[in-house]
Ligand binder design. Structure first.
Ligand SMILES: NC(=O)c1ccc[n+]([C@@H]2O[C@H](COP(=O)([O-])OP(=O)(O)OC[C@H]3O[C@@H](n4cnc5c(N)ncnc54)[C@H](OP(=O)(O)O)[C@@H]3O)[C@@H](O)[C@H]2O)c1
Length: 299
C-alpha cells in the first residue's frame, strides 16, 4: 500500500514515518518543506520528496503522479501565534493547501486522513467528544475547522484525527518541547512560571502515531479524538516532571494565562473524551507519568 505523508519533518511526522516503516507493509512517500530531516536515506520503504504544500501546482501534480492509496495530511502552520501574526500564510497553508490535496485525492481516489486539533473548540466545557460543536477562538482553530469541513464534504473516504498538546522527544530540527524545557530549567536551578488555568489531555506522540495507524489499518471513517486520558494544566505537568526527576518543585510558580500576553487567545479547558477511539480502534494511550518518563529517557 502506498502512503503519502505531508509534514514528515515535524514532531508527529518523524515519529509517524518511523512507525509506518516498522509496520513493514507500506511504500512510504514522505514529504516536507525543504530537505529531509528524517533519519532515513532512500530505502526502508521511504522515499522523501521536497514539497511546499503552498505550491498548489506541485502538490497536485506530485499526488497525481504517485497516486497513493492513502494520504495522511499532517503539515500545517501549527502555532496559534504564528497564525495570528501572518494570517495569509496560515490560511494558504492550513486551508488552501488542504483544498488542493483534496482535489488531487479526488482524482486518485485516495483515502484521506486529516490531522486536526482541540483548538477547533472554544474551551468553555471540555473535555470534548466527537459530537461536540466546534467554535474556535483563534485563527489557527478557524483554519483547521474550515479544512475539516472541506474534508467532510469532499466525497472522499476520509478520517479526521483530532489531537491535543502533543509531547515527545525532540526531533531533529524540531521545536524545543515543554518537558525538556522544564527539566533544563529545574536542573539549572532556575525559577519558572507556568500556567495553571488551561486544561488539556496531553498526548504522547508515539500514541498519536499509533492511533493514526489504527485508523488507517481499519480504514475507519469519521472523526476520532486521539489524546492521553488524563486532564491536567501545564503547571501540573511541570510538577509531574519535577516529581519524576525528584527535582525541587518550589522553583515552579503557578500563574494564570493572563500573565503572558499572547497574540492568539487560547481555549481554557479542552481535552478529549477518547471512548470512541478506545472502543472502535483498540486505542490505548500510555499514562501521563509513563509518557513523561519515556521523553526524559527514564522508562
Ligand atoms: N503539536 C501539537 O500539540 C498539536 C496539537 C493538535 C493538533 N496538532 C496537529 O497535528 C499535526 C502535526 O503537528 P506537529 O505537532 O507535528 O507540528 P509540527 O512539528 O509543527 O509539524 C508541522 C509540519 O508542517 C510543516 N509545514 C508547515 N508549512 C508547510 C508547507 N508550506 N509545506 C510543507 N510543510 C509545511 C512544517 O515544516 P517545517 O518543520 O519545515 O517548518 C512541520 O514539519 C498538525 O496538523 C497540527 O495542526 C498538533
Amino acid at each position: 500500500m502506498k502512503v503519502f505523508v505531508t509534514g514528515a519533518n515535524g514532531l508527529l511526522g518523524q515519529h509517524l514515518i518511523r512507525q509506518l516503516v516498522e509496520e513493514g507493509k507500506f511504500a512510504i512517500h514522505a514529504t516536507g518543506k525543504g530537505p529531509s530531516r528524517l533519519p532515513y536515506g532512500q530505502g526502508n520503504g521511504v522515499t522523501y520528496h521536497e514539497l511546499d504544500i503552498t505550491d498548489f501546482k506541485q502538490s497536485q501534480s506530485l499526488v497525481e503522479k504517485l497516486s497513493p492509496h492513502i494520504i495522511i495530511h499532517a503539515a500545517a502552520v501549527t502555532q496559534p501565534n504564528d497564525c495570528a501574526a501572518d494570517k495569509t500564510t496560515c490560511w494558504k497553508t492550513n486551508v488552501g493547501a488542504t483544498r488542493t490535496l483534496i482535489k488531487a485525492a479526488q482524482k486518485t481516489k485516495s483515502y484521506f486522513i486529516y490531522l486536526s486539533t482541540d483548538f477547533v473548540f472554544d474551551g468553555t466545557d471540555g473535555p470534548y467528544d466527537e459530537h461536540a460543536i466546534p467554535n474556535p477562538v483563534n485563527d489557527y482553530g478557524e483554519s483547521k475547522l474550515l479544512a475539516e469541513e472541506m474534508v467532510e464534504m469532499s466525497g472522499l473516504h476520509w478520517a479526521i484525527v483530532r489531537t491535543v498538546l502533543v509531547y515527545g522527544g525532540k526531533v531533529p530540527g524540531g521545536r524545543p518541547n515543554f518537558i525538556q524545557w522544564v527539566k533544563d530549567k529545574l536542573t539549572a536551578g532556575e525559577k519558572i512560571k507556568v500556567v495553571n488555568d488551561q486544561f488539556r489531555t496531553p498526548t504522547y506522540v508515539e500514541d498519536l502515531a499509533k492511533g493514526i495507524i489504527l485508523v488507517l489499518l481499519k480504514h475507519a471513517k469519521g472523526i476520532y479524538h486521539i489524546s492521553g486520558k488524563e486532564m491536567c494544566t501545564p503547571y501540573q505537568l511541570a510538577l509531574l516532571v519535577a516529581n519524576v526527576l525528584q527535582a525541587d518543585d518550589s522553583l515552579i510558580e503557578q500563574v494564570t494565562a493572563e500573565t503572558f500576553k499572547e497574540p492568539a487567545k487560547r481555549p481554557a479547558k479542552t481535552g478529549f473524551i477518547i471512548t470512541k477511539a478506545v472502543k472502535e480502534l483498540g486505542y490505548v494511550p500510555v499514562k501521563l507519568e509513563e509518557g513523561v518518563k519515556r521523553v526524559l529517557g527514564l522508562a
